[in-house]
Each structure stands twice: as C-alpha cells, then as structure tokens.
Design a protein around this ligand. Structure first.
Ligand SMILES: Cc1cc2nc3c(=O)[nH]c(=O)nc-3n(C[C@H](O)[C@H](O)[C@H](O)COP(=O)(O)OP(=O)(O)OC[C@H]3O[C@@H](n4cnc5c(N)ncnc54)[C@H](O)[C@@H]3O)c2cc1C
Length: 409
C-alpha cells in the first residue's frame, strides 16, 4: 500500500487526503495548526463552497491560465463536489450568480463533513505539526522533515500549503520555500483585496469614508479601459472596497486608475439636461444641494471641490462650463495611485508554483518525482463566487488520486 504524505489541512489538503485514501493509499496529513482555519472564514463564515456552473464556467472565472484545469475538471468538477457534500449530509442552496452555500449557512458544517470523512478513511492526522522541509534525493521526493526534526517517509508528497493571504490561518508561503530550488515561483501578490487610493487631485478619500456608491459602473483604465463592471462600491478610510473592486483588484497594474460612472443609466447629455432643469428650479439654493438630488451629499461637496467650485455657490451663478465639468466629473469620478492592500487582508494569493512545471492531468511536479501540488500554492486563482474553493476541491482530489495510483508499488 502506498503511503502518501499531505502537507496542509486546508480544503485542498483535506480533499486530497480523502481522495488518496479512497484510492487505496495509507495517508498522513500534516497541518501546522488546526484543520480548515481559512475554510471557516469563507463567505463570512457561510462558505461559498462552489459555483453551480459547468467546467467552462469554472475555467472562465480563472484569472490566468484558464485551460490548466481542463483535464482535472473531467475527474472532479462542481457536480462531483455537490454530490459529495449532499450525499454526506450537507445540503446546498443557490444564491445570486450561481453561488452555492450550505443550507445551514455554516462553513463549520463543511469542515465537520470533511473531518468525518478523514476519520472514516483512517487518515493519520498530525495537527499542530509543521513541515520544515522536503526530503529530496536524486530528484525524487521521499518524505518530509518536521520542525521538531522528525522525519516522515512516504511514497509521495502532496504540497497543499496554500498561498500567503490571511497568514494568521497558517498560510505563510511555506510551499514556495520547499521547492524554490527546483521550481519557478511566480512572485506571490495579494489579490481579491481592497485598494488603497486617493482622489484624482491626490487628496485622501477620508472625507468620503463610509459611503456606499450603489449601482455604479466601475472602469479600470490606463490608456484604455481594461476591465469594467457594475455594482456597489464602498469607500473606506484608505480607499475602495466592495465586491466589484475586490474582483477588479486581481487585474490592477501600474499607472492605472479606477473611474466610476456615478450615474451609468443616464448618458452625459441627458444628465446635463436634467441638471439644467434642477439648477433653474432651485436657482437660489446652494449648488451642493442641487447635486445632492443625484448623488450623496458628502460626495457632492467633494465633487464640487474637485471641480474647483464653492459648494455654497447659488445655483443661478453656475456657468455653462462649470455645469459641464460637474457632469463629466459625475460620469468619470476618478481614483488614482491604486495599491492592493496587504496579504493580511487579501482573500487569495496571485502567483505561486508555475503551472508550466506541473502536469495538469495529475498535479505532479515535472521537476521532482513523487511530488504533487494542490490548491492555492499553485499559480491558479479566480474571481469571487466559490471558484477558488472549487480550484482547491478539483486539484486536491486529482492530486490525491494520482499520488495514490501512480506510485502504487
Ligand atoms: C476571508 C476569506 C474568505 C474567503 N471566502 C471564500 C469563499 O466564500 N469561496 C471561495 O471559493 N473562496 C474563498 N476564499 C478563498 C479560499 O479560502 C482559498 O482559496 C482556499 O482556502 C485555498 O485552499 P488551500 O487548501 O489551497 O489553502 P489554505 O486554505 O490556505 O490551507 C493551507 C493549509 O496549509 C497549512 N500549512 C501551511 N504551511 C504548512 C507547513 N509548513 N506545515 C504544515 N501545514 C502547513 C496551513 O496551516 C493551512 O491550514 C476566501 C478566503 C479568505 C481569506
């Protein structure tokens, strides 16, 4: 019987352990803390466990090499994961954009289910044990060394140590260190994360802190618009957050700005015509008051400042040029100096083990025999919506299966 060692008890490591055991292996899972600490935080504790879409839908949500998962999804896809969860007592419900959650709204139920399956499969759990290095002889992985110096030998090792985001959950980039002398590591960066930024004049966004801009159009732009989406944007003390921004954060590059169309359902001409009427009807009111019938009052003050117009100016005194400037600023409210917040706040890590050096059918290393990868440690990430967990489920299952079968002695 093969002995498979799995490093990391996150979603990818746990499903890999279950899969390897189901395929006849003796399995040892080593986790530096407790199982599934990050899993418990997913979906604000409700766990958006996957997305009810087909294989193409999963691949479309991946930000880089979309085809990498093609073969693996033939082995373990959304339907397989749904069946696994439902058949083991965790019914699912669908929410907007096909996101699937446990009916109970409890991520803990998903973890309990996985723990029961690990127990049922006789997986040997080593919790609160940290792997410090791999044993590699003649380009072959033969086991792992723990922090306390103990050596555990095995027929194959699966690295499922996650990325570097939310390091308090145990994901501190150890997997990259283990293989950095053999594999190319695409530099890890925080992704699916809020953005620090300033207003277009370089001033802090603090005056807008706490505002939610609803149903706006958000564009990520340099010389041209690179990405755009509609939704709600939250303004924090440091910059921008909310689902649209978090998904867009993956694509941010140098010298880009976020441009928000505050009123995307009105074209500039229509908006101007409406503004003309409102300024006329309230000619003795302050201009900020008129603008506040379109956008939040605090935003009106900031927007007028950006246009170099005193908020208290009476509506009748607004010139045509000033009015047109107000309209164009409402259609293109700009944030600059974009920076992703740190790993501490990022939902996922972009970058990791280069996919070119991993066999997409088996998750095996192309550089070291008897070594496999699963989950976020690889250079594989997706937008929000349950896709990142599906990456962990699919790659974990396939790595467990291939390690158990290919090394059968
Ligand atoms: C706040 C938050 C919310 C999220 N919500 C969702 C969601 O709703 N849906 C979704 O699809 N995705 C979500 N994600 C992303 C998702 O949680 C991750 O993509 C997923 O957990 C990755 O699984 P993994 O098993 O590869 O890595 P991880 O979950 O990071 O697990 C890696 C494990 O390896 C262990 N480990 C690391 N190094 C060692 C070592 N040297 N020795 C022993 N053990 C080690 C760590 O302790 C850790 O437990 C969210 C992420 C965050 C941070």
């Amino acid at each position: 019987m093969n002995h498979i060692i799995i490093i990391g008890g996150g979603p990818a490591g746990m499903i890999a352990a279950i899969s390897a055991a189901q395929h006849g292996a003796k399995v040892t899972l080593i986790e530096k803390g407790q199982l599934g600490r990050k899993l418990l935080m997913t979906g604000h504790g409700r766990c958006n466990v996957t997305n009810d879409t087909d294989n193409q839908g999963i691949m479309n949500a991946i930000s880089g090499n979309k085809r990498f998962l093609h073969s693996a999804l033939m082995t373990w896809n959304v339907e397989d994961m749904k069946d696994f969860l439902i058949n083991h007592g965790c019914p699912l419900k669908e929410e907007d954009n096909h996101r699937l959650f446990p009916v109970s709204d409890q991520a803990a139920d998903v973890l309990t289910l996985l723990e029961k399956n690990l127990k049922g499969a006789n997986v040997d759990l080593h919790l609160n044990h940290t792997v410090s290095q791999l044993c590699i002889n003649d380009q072959k992985c033969t086991g792992v060394v723990l922090n306390d110096g103990n050596l555990i030998e095995g027929d194959a090792v699966i690295i499922a140590t996650g990325g570097m985001s939310y390091p308090v959950t145990g994901s501190t980039g150890d997997g990259y260190e283990f293989v950095k002398d053999y594999h190319r590591i695409i530099p890890p960066a925080p992704a699916l994360v809020a953005l620090s930024c300033t207003l277009q004049n370089g001033e802090s966004v603090a005056a807008l802190q706490g505002l939610t801009l609803t149903h706006v159009k958000v564009m990520l732009k340099d010389k041209k618009v690179r990405h755009q989406a509609r939704g709600d944007v939250m303004i924090t003390h440091f910059g921008l957050s909310g689902p649209v921004i978090i998904n867009m954060s993956t694509f941010i590059q140098k010298n880009q700005s976020i441009i928000i169309d505050l009123l995307p359902d009105l074209d500039a001409q229509t908006l101007d015509a409406m503004l003309v009427k409102k300024l006329q009807n309230s000619s003795h009111k302050a201009v900020y008051h008129v603008l506040s019938t379109f956008i939040p009052e605090r935003l009106s003050h900031v927007l007028l400042k950006l246009c170099d117009i005193d908020s208290q100016t009476k509506a009748y005194a607004i010139t045509r040029e000033q009015r047109l400037l107000i309209v164009s600023t409402m259609k293109q409210f700009t944030f600059i100096d974009l920076k992703r917040r740190s790993f501490k706040e990022a939902m996922i890590t972009k970058g990791g083990i280069d996919l070119k050096e991993i066999n997409p059918k088996t998750m095996a290393s192309k550089k070291i025999d008897n070594l496999y990868f699963a989950g976020e440690v690889m250079d594989l990430d997706a937008t929000t919506g349950g896709f990142n967990l599906q990456i962990a489920w699919t790659t974990g299952y396939v790595a467990g299966q291939s390690a158990a079968l290919q090394n059968r002695s």
